[in-house]
Design a protein around this ligand. Structure first.
Ligand code: C2E
Ligand code: CA
Ligand code: CA
Length: 392
């Protein structure tokens, strides 16, 4: 099937940039500068919509609403030159309208960022977004859990002051026998809905602890393991005991295990989640507030959650060279330190970003600048070769 992109943007330069990037990949691109043209061009043939939120004569948010009413399922990329928060809010709004948000681009964006959304048709099978289109049956997920088809990739976390690798974040992937690697965005929510997330969480924790204990021994160095814990799992009152038993079994000190949690879901059942988190802390596990800055009640989170770490969301790190995002990052570092928490920045992609983080005393960095998440073997090879000098 030939691909077609539909873009609505009043800025002819942006439209031309998108069109030329698309053409280069053999993809058709239709440009609309007003809402009428845009709506008239909408058809099932369109494989991607790029939508500018702020235009003089069109209300991008209103357009999103219209797309929602039409139950549009085409992936949408939101674009805007306004602050990161506005974009995040728009993304949340679009999702609440049931729209398929493929991502967002903050202007000015780099061509590589744009290209991530308009891959060549042949490449699309491999992307996270495309894998969403794979029809996955619920019983396949159950079977995959039984068959152990879930694997972990590890991304290093670097202590900024020394450049040393101090730990890793374990990120789950589904190694599907037919579709290949499927990324978590495509199945975590599904697992939560099917009540399989607890099983997946246990599996991830067990696998992570065992693989990291192995890596730590073979490289003769301590490694902290961070794993993501779904807010759904925090309703499970037996979680602290399960985690403790796993840590014992894999000879892992709970102090070397960080559980990353996000605010979403904490909103419901807050007291139960706090009960579980407090008992996890009492058993020695560390708690990290993931995606910090994207939630609605940051200060409340900081006050209530027995956290040991704050993880600044990559949307702020990515735009750290902009004044407003930089202020967010710097203030987060300051508050975190005043509360005695470690502060980690995720999504660090450039040495310029790392320099700013270092100047302001951020403790740990994680991101493509150092490495993508890698399968255990590749991570081991990366670790053997890594030298702190190359990072600083
Ligand atoms: P997250 O916890 O915020 O994980 C970081 C995501 O950012 C990862 O995507 C990682 O590959 C990506 N990333 C790392 N460095 C960079 C960078 O420099 N630039 C950019 N642009 N991205 C970077 P991934 O692996 O696709 O994971 C997506 C999300 O899925 C995670 O977001 C996490 O919320 C969830 N997830 C992953 N593994 C698990 C798991 O075992 N259990 C649960 N419940 N959720 C998981
Ligand atoms: Ca995380
Ligand atoms: Ca995160």
């Amino acid at each position: 099937m030939t691909q077609k992109i539909l873009i609505i943007d009043d800025d002819p330069d942006v439209a031309a940039l998108v069109a030329s990037a698309a053409h280069e990949k053999g993809i058709d691109c239709i440009v609309a500068a007003d809402a009428e043209t845009f709506l008239a061009q909408l058809s099932p043939e369109i494989s991607l919509i790029l939508l500018d939120l702020v235009m003089p004569n069109v209300d991008g948010v209103e357009l999103l609403r219209m797309l929602g009413q039409q139950t549009c399922t085409t992936p949408i990329v939101l674009m805007s030159g306004v602050g990161a928060r506005v974009l995040e809010t728009a993304v949340a709004l679009a999702k609440s309208l049931g729209l398929n948000v493929a991502g967002h681009l903050r202007k000015p964006f780099r061509i590589a960022e744009l290209e991530a959304f308009i891959q060549r048709p042949a490449e699309q099978k491999k992307t996270v977004r495309e894998s969403r289109k794979v029809v996955l049956h619920d019983d396949e997920l159950t079977r995959a859990l039984l068959r152990g088809e879930f694997v972990l990739h590890y991304q290093p976390q670097i202590e900024i002051a020394t450049g040393e690798v101090i730990g890793v974040e374990g990120l789950v992937r589904w190694d599907h026998p037919v579709h290949g690697l499927i990324y978590p965005d495509s199945f975590i929510t599904r697992c939560e809905g099917l009540d399989l997330i607890g099983k997946l969480g246990t599996l991830v924790a067990a696998r992570g602890m065992s693989e990291i204990a192995g890596l730590s021994a073979s490289h003769n160095r301590p490694l902290i393991l961070s794993i993501n814990v779904s807010a759904f799992t925090l309703r499970d009152l037996s979680l602290p005991d399960t985690m403790f038993t796993l840590a014992r079994k894999h000879n892992k000190n709970p102090a070397e295990v960080v559980l990353e949690i996000t605010e979403t879901g904490l909103v419901n059942d807050l007291s139960q989640a706090l009960d579980v988190l407090t008992r996890l802390r009492m058993k020695g596990f560390q708690i990290s507030i993931d995606d910090f800055g994207t939630g609605y009640a940051m200060m409340q989170q900081l006050r209530d959650i027995p956290a040991t770490e704050i993880k600044i969301d990559r949307s702020f790190v990515m735009n750290i060279e902009n004044q407003s995002d930089r202020v967010m990052v710097l203030k987060t570092i300051e508050i975190g330190h005043e509360l005695g928490l470690k502060v980690i920045a995720e999504g660090v992609e450039t040495s310029a970003q790392l320099d700013i983080l270092r100047t302001h005393g951020c403790d740990i960095a994680q991101g493509y600048l150092f490495s993508k998440p890698l399968p255990p073997k590749d991570f081991s090879a990366w670790l053997a070769k890594y030298s702190p000098l190359q990072a600083s």
